[in-house]
Design a protein around this ligand. Structure first.
Ligand SMILES: C[C@H](O)[C@H](O)[C@H]1CNC2=NC(N)=NC(=O)C2=N1
Length: 101
């Protein structure tokens, strides 16, 4: 079944429970700072595992001590859906394990 775009109100409700995440155009975005390049790389691998499990994938960018995500749903036409909110929730749970802030 096709996944539906969320309304602006639904996106804002989702974001209210996702501190640090924001809506940038048609994508949910967040950047994390980590204690080292190795810790940032470990977070990338953890996020990759979550993304494979959910079969939903962000643009995931590794910097020296940063990890940035931008996600929308291609199959819904490149807009925010519940799948993006779910990915953001899962990443928020994973990030503190690596000392991300
Ligand atoms: C075949 C596979 O299920 C699809 O291509 C999935 C994979 N990951 C995806 N990720 C994102 N962000 N949007 C999608 O529509 C999407 N579709």
């Amino acid at each position: 079944m096709a996944v539906e775009p969320l309304s602006r109100k639904e996106i804002e409700e989702g974001l209210s429970e996702l501190p640090g995440w924001s809506l940038d155009g048609d994508r949910l975005t967040r950047s994390y700072r980590l204690g080292s390049h190795f810790a940032a790389t470990a977070l990338v691998v953890h996020v990759a595992r979550i993304q494979e499990e959910l079969d939903h994938h962000s643009e995931l960018t590794l910097g020296y001590d940063t990890v940035s995500l931008a996600v929308h749903t291609h199959s819904a036409g490149g807009v925010v859906t519940r799948l993006d909110i779910e990915l953001a929730r899962r990443v928020e749970q994973a990030a503190p394990v690596h000392g991300a802030r």
